[in-house]
Design a protein around this ligand. Sequence first.
Ligand SMILES: Nc1nc2c(c(=O)[nH]1)N[C@H]1C(S)=C(S)[C@@H](COP(=O)(O)O)O[C@H]1N2
Ligand SMILES: [Mo]
Length: 515
Amino acid sequence: MKPSLATTLSRPVAVSVAVLAVGAALAAGQLVAGLLAPASSPYLLVGDAVIRLAPQAVVEFAKTTFGTADKPALLVGIAVILLLVTVAAGLASRRFATVGQVVVGALGLAGIVAAATSPTIVPTDLAAPVVAAAAGLWVLRTLHRLAMEATERPDEPGYRGYPRRTVLLGASTTVGAAAILGGGAGVLLGRPTVDSRAAVTQRLAAATVAREAPIPAGADFGVTPFVTANADFYRIDTALRVPQLQAEDWSLRIHGMVDRELTLTFDDLMARPLVERTVTMACVSNEVGGDLISTARFVGVELADVLREAGPAAGADQVFSTSTDGWTAGTPTDVLLEPGRGALLAVGMNGEALPTEHGFPVRMVVPGLYGYVSATKWVTDLELTTFAVRQAYWEQRGWGERGPIKTEARIDLPRRFARVPAGAVTVAGIAWSQPRGIARVEYSVDGGPWSEAELAADVGGDTWRMWRGVLNVGTGSHTMRVRATDGTGEVQTEQAADVLPDGATGWPAVVFTAT
Ligand SMILES: Nc1nc2c(c(=O)[nH]1)N[C@H]1C(S)=C(S)[C@@H](COP(=O)(O)O)O[C@H]1N2
Ligand SMILES: [Mo]
């Protein structure tokens, strides 16, 4: 006698079917992306879309909570949501595959929409999400049918002692293995084939560079290093997948409101005069007391010279830069052309090629401006335009148009809530006001009079300056504050301001206990 078909799948089987279908979809997408266009992985495209669309508050929360780990946190978050939705879809599909198909279809559509709305969309980017959606739907329908056919119930007349689990198991193993293989192959294929960083590091070592004087020994007090090691340099960007550009393939187009459109290759850059410049970069999202600030010795070419060669038209008040992953920044043309400003198209950082996550092969570095309006990594396009016509990435999201760095200071010693012996307490930290420089730093404890801090050797207005002093305190809890004065004689404001829209202000404070 022929066994009758089950009308309902068990919960574990229904959930397995849904999970396998979504897994197959992800793997198929990853594989096609790996073959065609590494950046078109549907999973990462959805992550990119979440980053683009996320409300301001969420973005700032992620930056302050997870710091540089905000990307892994996002990917894990998406994975958890995906899994929950998939499990729910499976449970809702015990009888009919329809609900599962609607959910898998919706997930597939999300991938396709994410690809279609990506700022760097090219037609081939749609292939991976489309294939993923199709694979997910097909696997779901097929497995659901197989599972139904394979499920028998002991109370049915046709029951022969053991259900044909083997069918389902076999199908699952096949899809699972294909998913792992496909996904793995996709990930492997998506990797860059050649790392051209080592070659650039060598070229830089052999190149003629107008070097700056070495950093004087007295530039720091041994608390915070003057030059930040590349591995410790703060990192902020919207890139889920660090763009993997080869120097040989890179070019920069300078166009728009210019007399002569220019295209520079990496060799063209290396053939120009190279200069070394020590610059303290800062992020507008740096809270008072925060660590989104770092200093490096960059090597690059003068951006002002390149712009002058292209010949900006009168009225072109914005240099609109775009990275290979579609991020944009708008920098005031007058700032870039200002004598002595020293903006760079940087290729080197602390004695090596730019690290991949800091913009290899070429980024912009503009002393005195926050990174979001100036420091485009993986830069491939400069358009001379106006602020009235084009709005860059963060400006569209409510951040200030111009982004000059505000005078600030930070207390690095004592650490927040430290316990120190009563008596003489060493205090130390950094202060910055690029490009104006720091003329004075003062500190005070428990609202007392200001004492003048000792300043470390001056390296220049484009970098931070280290300060230190000694406090005399009795036992108990104390609050120390600090304020800096810039090179023009202006004292940093006490007025506390949030990072949004154009940078935090206020006198930093540290509470510590003397025992
Ligand atoms: N391509 C690209 N460049 C970018 C960004 C980005 O998201 N994408 N973020 C900018 C911001 S907000 C800052 S503060 C600096 C940080 O540079 P870093 O990561 O090398 O420290 O890079 C800028 N350049
Ligand atoms: Mo930033």
